[in-house]
Write a protein that binds this ligand. Structure first.
Ligand SMILES: [Zn+2]
Length: 273
């Protein structure tokens, strides 16, 4: 059984502040260790649940956070960016399930370090009128190629979003959001134990898991930027329709094109800083 694990950092137990996700400081070095160990807990759980092949996608910021030396040796590691499928790179239609570990709530929703793809660029993203978080995009892509979202870990706000958008996926709550930069978190050890146990149970049921996605078919993607300057830049692309000072939209045939276009906008705006 083949399992894909995408790992972010904001939803990891013990992480509550932006600086913990930014390179070049001691707090980041601690957080990437916590991230690596939650990835390992998911890998162990996946194998306990019957997985025979596991691929892990490092999916935060520069996508080079997981400490490769410390990663469970049974998993392959996808790292670095840009890459066409971003946080879900490595998945294919022959996978039996996907796990999102260390994830966070959507841009403009409540939750610890909530954002969608780029907190700097995007105020909010809607797909077919639905508020889109990263699971909407990447779990949506998996569903489009027939792979079910089995489980998602992060804070309680993320769990609420998953319950609405992927009601059959398991939610693993490792911390409660007290605010955008404040958490009431399990200890790392308890969080890993919970992830291992829940992932194991989810993978055991993978063969009967439901393939579901809040958005299907052709997608209309509406992007609201923090600054009108960013919308000016996005509007240079002929595929964009400008709606107001801060908002553009575009139409694509499916999730892969939505993911790559949003990634390109994010990279462009990062280059404007
Ligand atoms: Zn992240």
């Amino acid at each position: 059984m083949r399992i894909m694990i995408s790992v972010d950092i904001e939803g990891v137990a013990g992480v509550s502040e932006t600086i913990q996700g930014r390179r070049g400081n001691a707090e980041y070095e601690g957080a990437r260790h916590l991230m690596t160990q939650e990835a390992n807990a998911a890998i162990v759980g996946a194998y306990e649940g019957g997985a025979t092949d596991v691929i892990v996608a490092d999916s935060h910021g520069p996508m080079r956070n997981i400490i490769a030396e410390d990663l469970d040796e049974r998993a392959r590691l996808v790292s670095g960016k840009p890459r066409p499928l971003s946080m879900i790179q490595g998945i294919d239609a022959n996978h039996d399930g996907v796990l999102l570990i260390g994830y966070h709530a959507a841009a403009s929703n409540a939750g610890i370090l909530a954002h969608t793809v780029s907190g700097m660029a995007f105020h909010s993203i809607e797909i077919n009128g639905i508020r889109a978080g990263e699971p909407t995009l990447f779990g949506g892509y998996a569903a489009e190629i027939g792979v079910p979202l089995l489980a998602v870990s992060g804070d309680d706000c993320l769990a609420g979003e998953i319950s609405e958008q992927f009601p059959n996926a398991k939610t693993i709550v490792v911390k409660q959001a007290l605010g955008a930069h404040a958490a009431n978190s399990l200890s790392p050890a308890k969080s890993r134990e919970l992830i291992r146990r829940e992932v194991s149970a989810a993978v055991k049921n993978a063969k009967s898991a439901k393939v579901e996605s809040p958005c299907t078919g052709a997608l209309n993607v509406s992007v609201r930027f923090h600054k009108s300057l960013y919308a000016d830049a996005a509007s240079l692309l002929p595929m964009m329709t400008r709606h107001d000072a801060h908002t553009v939209s575009f139409d694509v045939k499916g999730h892969a094109d939505a993911i790559s276009t949003i990634s390109a906008l994010s990279l462009m705006i990062a280059g404007m800083q």
